[in-house]
Design a protein around this ligand. Structure first.
Ligand code: EPZ
Length: 416
């Protein structure tokens, strides 16, 4: 089991280049099942989740080959609608194969997905959408079976704003007969990115990025060339690391509007954030002021940056109230931060963080992907040495994390 040893106290300084968005990539790759000919996808992040999704495509019979920094996928030879159990449980996004296989074959058999342990993660809204389109869903022996004689467009009002359900219903509705309307849809950039990919294949999707998405079913989807958008969560993580380490970092290859909620919060803390086209510079000046954070669906403050932001709040001036309104179990990083001296009290979905001057290095573990990122930031700013174990979570979602941080002046090394 690899460990990361971090020597704290070095301000991050320099430039970091952001990779493709994980949560776009893990939706667009399964969506290629719907394509009748070759899809060329660029700017995929080099992370385990993408690797695992590629393996599922190959298991289904798709032809997947690399051409430099592009991935060519030809799904015309996919000859099964059954996803392998071992592969499916490696990540949450394997559930996108339900919508894609149902949309293509009118049948899908996908084992329950895996993913971060950040609380209860039902898929009832996905199922509600598939049933509204005319599919029959049965769940037995841990496998979700979907089948439909025909998929017909329908109106679906989501009970909760769900990124996964919004995308999954889009996938199943693309070639349904008639028009599907998704109301109370999620508006994350990944949804727009996936809709753009599907429209490039020949789909007819309007309104992605708003809370009402209209999908007019088409008979056939071809191939396309698509570039994945930059990862706003990776970018936000480096912004927070720059601020926490009292550094000066230029975060490059981003779409600044996707980070508006983080930039606004940073300015509230007294941190300098300078936007410039496709990059953004974070210049810390002294100790940040404590601010309150409430995670919300996009464009609100993202739940995926709540844990890294809690580290910044743990050394801020004053007391911060952090409300995690999306998940009921996304505070597993708190116990690890307490080992480093943080003063945090959790009551249900609220964490009260009393800022202290300095964290102290300690052996900690990464309990999930974004908690892992939080612990890396804590190690960068703590007094002394921090050893982080359970790195597998971090490797799932952060591309070349050590290289990028070493390039910014961090002192760390990975040991087996
Ligand atoms: C996506 O998960 C992301 N994962 C998550 O990122 C992200 O935290 C989340 O969206 C919210 O932004 C991927 O895109 C692969 P949801 P998803 O459906 O789609 C409830 C990361 O760190 N809900 O938007 O699974 C659910 O319990 C990961 O990159 C239902 O009740 O999230 C949650 O409380 C972690 N029923 C809320 O909605 C459903 O059918 C939002 O979940 C679906 C969801």
């Amino acid at each position: 089991m690899d460990k990361l040893i971090i020597e704290g106290g070095h301000a991050l300084d320099g430039e970091v280049y952001i990779g493709g968005a994980k949560n776009s990539a893990v939706a667009i790759l399964p969506a290629s099942i719907l394509a009748g000919s070759t899809c060329t996808i660029k700017n995929l992040p080099n992370i385990k989740d993408v690797y695992n999704i590629r393996n599922i495509l190959v298991q289904l019979g798709a032809e997947v080959k690399e051409d430099g920094d592009r991935l060519l996928i030809n799904s015309s030879k996919v000859d099964t609608y059954r996803v392998d159990f071992e592969l499916s449980k490696k990540l949450r996004a394997s559930y996108y194969f339900i919508g894609a296989l149902l949309g293509r074959f009118r049948k899908a058999e996908v084992p329950f997905p895996g993913g971060c342990d950040i609380g209860v993660r039902p898929i009832d809204q996905h199922i509600k959408g598939f049933e509204a389109l005319g599919a029959k869903i049965t769940i037995e022996h841990g496998i979700i079976r979907a089948e439909a004689d025909e998929l017909r467009g329908s109106s679906i009002f989501l009970d909760v704003v769900s990124v996964g359900a919004t995308i999954n219903i889009m996938l199943a509705a693309c070639m349904a007969k008639g028009t599907t309307v998704i109301e109370n849809a999620a508006k994350e950039p990944y949804i727009v990115d996936t809709a753009n990919f599907l429209n490039a294949l020949g789909a007819n999707i309007k309104g992605a990025g708003t809370d009402e998405i209209k999908i007019k079913g088409v008979d056939f989807l071809g191939g396309c060339e698509h570039c994945i958008i930059p990862d706003q969560m990776e970018a936000g993580t480096y912004m927070i690391a720059a601020a926490a380490s009292k550094g000066d970092v230029l975060v490059k290859n981003i779409i600044p509007t996707h980070l508006d909620s983080i930039s606004a919060k940073m300015k509230e803390m007294g941190i300098k954030v300078v936007e410039n086209g496709d990059s953004l510079r974070v210049i810390a000046n002294g100790r940040p002021k404590a601010v309150n954070i409430k995670t919300m669906p996009y464009p609100g403050f993202p739940t995926d940056l709540q844990q890294p932001m809690s580290v910044l709040m743990s050394i801020a001036e004053g007391t911060a109230i952090v409300t995690e309104s999306i998940y009921d179990g996304r505070f597993k990083h708190v116990d690890e931060l307490k080992r480093m001296g943080a003063k945090i009290n959790v009551e249900g979905r609220i964490a009260v963080i009393e800022g202290i001057k300095k964290l102290s290095g300690a052996p900690v573990c990464a309990t999930d992907l974004r908690a892992g990122a939080a612990m890396v930031i804590a190690g960068l700013i703590a007094e002394g040495e921090t050893v982080i174990s359970d790195l597998k979570h971090i490797d799932r979602g952060y591309e070349d994390l050590e290289e990028k941080l070493l390039g910014l002046g961090a002192k760390m090394k990975r040991i087996p």
